[in-house]
Design a protein around this ligand. Structure first.
Ligand SMILES: N[C@@H](CCC(=O)N[C@@H](CS)C(=O)NCC(=O)O)C(=O)O
Length: 229
């Protein structure tokens, strides 16, 4: 029985699912799927995910979209005895869930609001108010890292989501030196997360190959006197 993952290596959501699968030893059959093309507009894909986004998991007819839900499902279904990446204790699991939601609703969202105008909508530089909000979110992450990882003193699926997003933010040129715990965390995760280079770094490389010129131009237009400069 194969478990199919519709996606590609670039997007942060696909990377975090692949890092989870690697950590718990689940083999996923990647079906390369490109957003905004017929790959996601055909009736078979729409049946799996009417939102036309990737990643999507197809586990023998069970279709799951939303990367964090996929990660939780993979742990619940395929690693029931593992108690590290998605702890069973309600108190510990609640913090992992809270950080996953922080990543979805705050960190990722603020990254998109700050950077998508440049990446996708032709803006010449970044909106200062949105950059300030992103910096605030990175400040929250700095606080959450007080015990070493986002949900405590252990590596969890919340780290896979946060690392995928925050490494993209760094690659986009965001300054993070004012958040020493975030800097240290990224350096540690790079070594500790199995498959970091082949999965996460490859995604970052793809992101930069696609957007470096736009990012360089936007940063050269950026006012260095702004709070995030
Ligand atoms: N919250 C979703 C976001 C999925 C998402 O937006 N994926 C992007 C990856 S590039 C996509 O498919 N975008 C195409 C679109 O929004 O039409 C998740 O974490 O899976």
């Amino acid at each position: 029985m194969t478990v199919d993952l519709y996606g590609k290596i670039g997007p942060a959501g696909c990377r975090s699912v692949l890092l989870t699968a690697k950590a718990i030893g689940v083999k996923l059959n990647m079906i390369t799927t490109i957003p905004l093309t017929d790959d996601v507009r055909n009736p078979e894909f729409l049946k799996m995910n009417p939102q036309k986004t990737i990643p999507v998991l197809n586990d023998n007819g069970l279709y799951i979209n939303e990367s964090r839900a996929i990660m939780q499902y993979l742990c619940n279904k395929y690693s029931p005895s593992d108690d590290q990446y998605y702890p069973k204790l309600p108190e510990k699991r609640a913090i992992v869930d809270a950080r996953l939601n922080f990543e979805l609703g705050t960190l990722q969202q603020r990254f998109e609001q700050a950077y998508f105008p440049v990446l996708f909508f032709g803006a010449s530089t970044f909106p200062p108010d949105k950059m300030k909000k992103l910096e605030e979110a990175l400040g929250y992450l700095e606080i959450y890292l007080e015990n070493g990882y986002v949900a405590g003193n252990f590596l969890s699926i919340a780290d896979f989501s946060v690392v995928a997003t925050v490494s993209t933010i760094l690659a986009a040129g965001q300054k993070i030196h004012q958040f020493p715990k975030v800097v240290d965390y990224l350096n540690r995760c790079r070594i500790q997360i199995v498959g970091y280079e082949e999965i996460n770094q490859k995604g970052i490389d793809d992101f930069l190959a696609r957007f470096k010129t736009k990012l360089d131009t936007a940063w050269s237009n950026w006012d260095m006197n702004s709070p995030t400069g």
